[in-house]
Design a binder for this molecule. Structure first.
Ligand code: AHN
Ligand code: ZN
Length: 336
């Protein structure tokens, strides 16, 4: 090759290099995500058989009507179960006035994981059973107490299973599990028009919200479970939850749906319901949502056997328990 040819070749490569360099100049930075990549959190598996057995145990005591001997026995059992798994357990005792002006001795039971951690949430459910099957088709049953397998025991069963899991796979945030007494002691249906008494439901949560079990108690938010065990249950986005805690509703429903439970956690707005979370929002000012099975078209607006003698163990469905429990685990282990 002549000198001239060699120069031409060198010149050619010089031009190619310049062109390539200038082309790459615009977006030369290596491709990165804006957010740092976070390690994927391991979410433990919810055991619906275990939750089911905790519901069975409660129902086996008989109706857990506030202030009765059966109620005392069940309270002792719940306290023992929570003590097995949580760091601390407190029983908040109180006296409240019922719809008929009788005094009721109540027990709210609170288990705490990482009690010293200010970054915390709580999960709750009522553990009492309604003294009156006032929605039973047979009028003769309207003053009989109910088993409350779904209305009461189901939420507690799911939360006991979560307590057990928390003790084996440690979440990053603090968690309280609260069982409220006397939620279901509200005025019987046939007396509603005669006794104009406000706020006869949620007596345990009202007591707790006014006089927290620990002075200065703080939680970022709360989640209430109510009737979370019936087959094909649907959880509409309850009205007070959307009003007081819209971000938590969004977070929980999005989490549940992306975990595969969109048949249960539906995107429709439900009516506002005077449940424990209402008093927690109003009195204690902690944004709290209610995951509650409502059913437009039924007489009470809830699941078919609501406040009837038919709210029994055979109405409990393990797939529903799994949907709720696994969704809650995704929420808990996704928090930091
Ligand atoms: C009312 O019917 C006003 N509140 C019902 C709340 C409830 C009862 N949840 C379970 N049992
Ligand atoms: Zn009830």
């Amino acid at each position: 090759m002549t000198n001239d040819e060699a120069m031409k070749i060198r010149y050619f490569f010089f031009i190619v290099t310049v062109v390539l360099a200038s082309c790459g100049g615009v977006d030369e930075k290596p491709v990165t995500n804006d957010k740092p990549i976070e390690p994927k959190v391991e979410v433990p598996v919810f055991n619906q058989d275990s939750a089911y057995s905790y519901i069975e145990s409660q129902v086996a005591f008989g109706p857990r009507v506030t202030g009765t001997e059966v109620s005392d026995k069940c309270a002792a059992w719940l306290t023992a179960k929570l003590s097995q798994w949580m760091d601390t357990v407190a029983v908040q005792k109180g006296k409240v006035v019922a719809y008929d002006n009788t005094g009721l001795n109540i027990k709210n039971i609170i288990g705490s994981y990482l009690p010293g951690n200010n970054n915390r949430i709580f999960l709750c459910s009522h553990w009492d059973s309604r003294p009156y099957a006032d929605y039973d088709p047979d009028k003769a049953n309207h003053r009989k107490p109910i088993d409350g397998a779904n209305d009461g025991a189901s939420g507690v069963g799911v939360l006991l299973e979560i307590a057990r899991i928390i003790s084996t796979v440690k979440p990053k945030i603090g968690i309280d599990i609260i069982f409220f007494d006397a939620e279901d002691y509200g005025t019987p249906g046939d007396l509603q028009d005669q006794t104009h008494k406000e706020d006869t439901w949620g007596l345990g949560s009202q007591f707790w919200a006014k006089s927290l079990h620990e002075s200065g108690y703080y939680a970022r938010y709360g989640i209430l479970l109510d009737m979370v065990g019936a087959e094909n249950a649907q959880f509409h986005q309850e009205g007070f939850s959307k009003y007081y805690a819209p971000d938590i509703v969004r977070k929980v429903w999005e989490t549940a749906r992306s975990a595969g439970f969109s048949d249960y956690f539906v995107m429709t707005e439900g009516n506002p319901i005077t449940d424990d979370h209402y008093y927690i929002n109003k009195i204690a000012n902690i944004p709290t949502i209610d995951i509650i099975h409502t059913e437009p078209g039924t007489r009470g607006g809830f699941f078919t056997h609501w406040h009837t003698m038919g709210d029994t163990m055979d109405k409990i469905n393990k797939n529903t328990l799994y949907a709720v429990g696994q969704s809650l685990l995704h929420v808990i282990y996704g928090e930091k």
